[in-house]
Design a protein. Sequence first.
Length: 292
Amino acid sequence: MNDHQIIGQAIVFIENHLYETITARDAAEAVSYSYYHFHRYFSAVMGETIGSYIRSRRLTQAAWDLTHSDKKIIDIGLSLYFESAESFTRAFKDRYSMTPSEYRKHGIDVLIGNRQSARLPDETIVTHAGLTPEFVSMPAINIMGFRFNTTVSGNESIAMWEQFNRQIPASLLSNRRFGVYEAGETCSSDGFHIDSKTSAFVGVEIPDAYPVPDHMKKKKLCGGTYAKFTHKGTVDTLLRTYHYIWGVWFPKSGFELAARDDFECYTERFTGPEDENAEIDIYFPVHDRKRG
């Protein structure tokens, strides 16, 4: 299955199950992808999360039902798995700037509020046109640091890095540091969105037998083959690099992602979050062979 078919099949699955209790995880399983990788891939290509897309389609379907059926408004909302008349009205008004009853009364065309097309902005692609990975085989790595919950809308990573950097033992100051997004373990099965709590980890590389203090945790990054990208620039432009990897490089690469964490690695080449010449290595786990 090629990449257009992966997204297309997921969308067909969603379309066929709008009136059922599907979740973002169900859509990922329908195309035989891990939820961890698929929700990030879907977001980069489609411009929104799977959970957001499902909610958006249900609202569009509700608008269609309001103008093309005689169903009661409450029945329309409940059939599309809104919890109550109030929650349906609130979500509908946020989307269409009017209540369901007002929408039905005026017979407004359902295309109002249609979602954006499934592509990234051209400037993102141009900016990162020369960003190509190096494929490396890495051994397992032990790191020590902090695990914490965060969300896309309220990212706690910067604060956690500041806290962690103040507590690194002097003997480890020159070691590599890692930032890991552990979404595979903690994403809610009822739909990932910008306020979903996910698990992340910031830490420093340690030897196998290093004594870990009680206030820190130990984590092992799995060994294997990785596509290694190098982001050059300030931290606030890092998201554009991820958009390129997920939305441009990965769909065209022919590679399958392996079921391991992807992570950022900070070496001596990272010279500060606001330095335009700073470099961050990004590792994406891949299988040794491309898709057939």
